[in-house]
Each structure stands twice: as C-alpha cells, then as structure tokens.
Design a protein around this ligand. Structure first.
Ligand SMILES: NC(=O)c1ccc[n+]([C@@H]2O[C@H](COP(=O)([O-])OP(=O)(O)OC[C@H]3O[C@@H](n4cnc5c(N)ncnc54)[C@H](OP(=O)(O)O)[C@@H]3O)[C@@H](O)[C@H]2O)c1
Length: 245
C-alpha cells in the first residue's frame, strides 16, 4: 500500500515536495518514477478507484484519493509543494480539465513551478501552424467525443487559456502522439507547432514525463508552451540545429 498523508518520515522533511495531479495514469506513473529518481518527495492525487494502481511505489509516495477537479482535494495536495505536475485530461463534459487547472493555480504555493500536459492541438500563439487534415481530424474527434459525453477537448483548450492568462510560473508541455518504450532521452522541442523539427510526431511517453520533471528546474521554460518530439525521431535528428535546449 502507499503511505497515508501523515506518515511521512521526519528525515524526509527537507526534501522538496512535488505534487502529481493525475498520478495513476500512464503519464502520471512515469512522472512519479522520474521525480523519485531525482530525490523529490512525491504527493499525488488520483481517483479513489485507481489508488491500487500505485501499490508498486509502496511507501515511497503519498496518495490523496479524490477527483482532480475537487478544489479541497487539490488544496490539500499542493500544500508545501515546490512544483505541481498536472496531467490535464478533458474527461466528461463538466469542465474537468479547466477546473483542475484553476484549482492548481489557485492553491499552489506562491512561486511554485506549475507544469501541465496537453497535446499539440492546443494553440499557444499565432506562430502555431496546423495542416487542414490535422484541424479536420481534431474537429471530428472533438465532436464525436463530446456527443458521446466522454471527452470535451475544448475544455482542455479552455484550461490552457486560463494557464496562459495566469501570473503563475507555468509551463504547458504539448505532446505529440505517444508510444511506450524505453527512454530515448529528453525530447526536442519547438515553441511552435508546424515546425519541421516536429514532423515525426512521436515521443516515448516516459520522455514526455522526463521533459515535465526536468522543467521543474528549467526557468527558461517558464511562460512557454513547448511542443515536443522524441529526440531520436527522424525529424528531430534532421533538424537538430533548430531544437531548443
Ligand atoms: N495519448 C496520446 O497519444 C497523447 C498525445 C499527446 C498528448 N497527450 C497528453 O498526455 C496526457 C496524458 O495522456 P495519456 O493518454 O498518456 O493518458 P494517461 O496518462 O493514461 O492519463 C489519463 C488520466 O486521466 C484519468 N482518467 C481516465 N479516465 C477518467 C475518467 N473517466 N474521469 C476522470 N479521470 C479519468 C486517469 O486516471 P485513472 O488512473 O484514475 O484512470 C489518468 O490520470 C494528457 O494531458 C494528454 O492530453 C496524450
């Protein structure tokens, strides 16, 4: 079992605490592994029915069960945190993503690094260029998912707009298509979707998480919405000179 909220050993008190919102999903578990590897104390939020998915982390993490959009759960989870890593997932049609993002921004300690995940479909500036095919695919998928009341992709976009308008120390990491597999290293990134650097459109999920954890200490990413791609993908290797550090 994972440890309960008040059972943290006193010897760990000096470690920097990081909260992972949406800790039980695939990305959340990779975030946890990278954060533990770097010596952070990890506190996470996930739905009560998903707590058991985290048993393999044992007492190395603290789990606060609850909906990530529940403001009182988030307020408790982010207390004392240096950084909050949030998996923005637009489930349902009740503003799950935007309510989660707002709660994180409202309750995270002043000066905390706030790192959020989403996909390339979230437009961050006029520099983002999308193909007609990409826009049509997103539009159809959004319509279908919302009609089934399963996912509201526009809500993830609203969450991003709230993040962009905030005066927090945010980074919104925009992922390409994802695949499983061993880490290849820190992804390459561009500030703008449509860059030739991103053409391969594939990143290992573990490396998406690695990028988010590394962003905690990379102040150059504050106020940025990097679009990422695997560092060993063909397009990243072919345009290495235009990749951002
Ligand atoms: N999948 C892709 O190809 C892709 C591409 C680009 C960007 N991204 C971004 O990457 C991030 C993670 O995506 P992922 O696909 O890898 O998913 P994931 O890590 O498996 O995460 C999904 C999250 O949503 C939660 N969840 C699942 N069903 C839910 C429900 N009905 N109500 C509330 N929460 C629910 C999961 O929690 P439980 O453990 O409780 O189920 C988990 O925390 C997202 O921000 C996504 O926008 C994904």
């Amino acid at each position: 079992m994972t440890s309960s909220e008040n059972s943290r050993p006193a010897t760990e008190a000096a470690r920097q605490r990081v909260c992972i919102v949406g800790i039980s999903g695939k990305l959340g578990q990779y975030l946890t592994a990278h954060a533990l590897e770097r010596g952070y104390e990890v506190v996470g939020v996930c739905r009560p029915q998903s707590v058991a998915k985290l048993d393999h982390f044992g007492d190395r993490i603290t789990v606060i069960p609850g909906e990530t959009s529940d403001r009182s759960v988030i307020e408790r989870a982010v207390a004392g945190c240096t950084a909050v890593l949030t998996v923005l997932a637009p489930w349902g049609v009740r503003d799950y993503s935007s309510r989660t993002a707002q709660a994180v921004m409202d309750f995270a300690p002043d000066g905390a690094r706030l790192i959020f995940s989403c996909g390339w479909h979230v437009r961050a500036s006029a520099a983002d260029v999308y193909s007609r095919r990409f826009l049509a695919t997103v539009a159809i998928a959004s319509w279908l998912a919302k009609a089934m009341r399963a996912v509201d992709i526009a809500d993830q976009t609203r969450a991003a707009e709230q993040i962009f308008a905030s005066d927090t120390r945010w980074t919104l990491v925009r992922g390409s298509d994802l695949e499983e597999g061993e880490s290849e290293g820190l992804p390459a990134w561009s500030p703008a979707v449509g860059s030739p650097l991103l053409e391969s459109n594939l990143t290992r999920r573990t490396d998406f998480a690695l990028f988010m954890v590394e962003a905690i200490t990379n102040d150059a990413l504050i106020g940025q919405a990097p679009a990422i791609v695997g560092c060993r993908s063909e397009s990243a290797l072919g345009h290495a000179s235009s990749a951002r550090a």
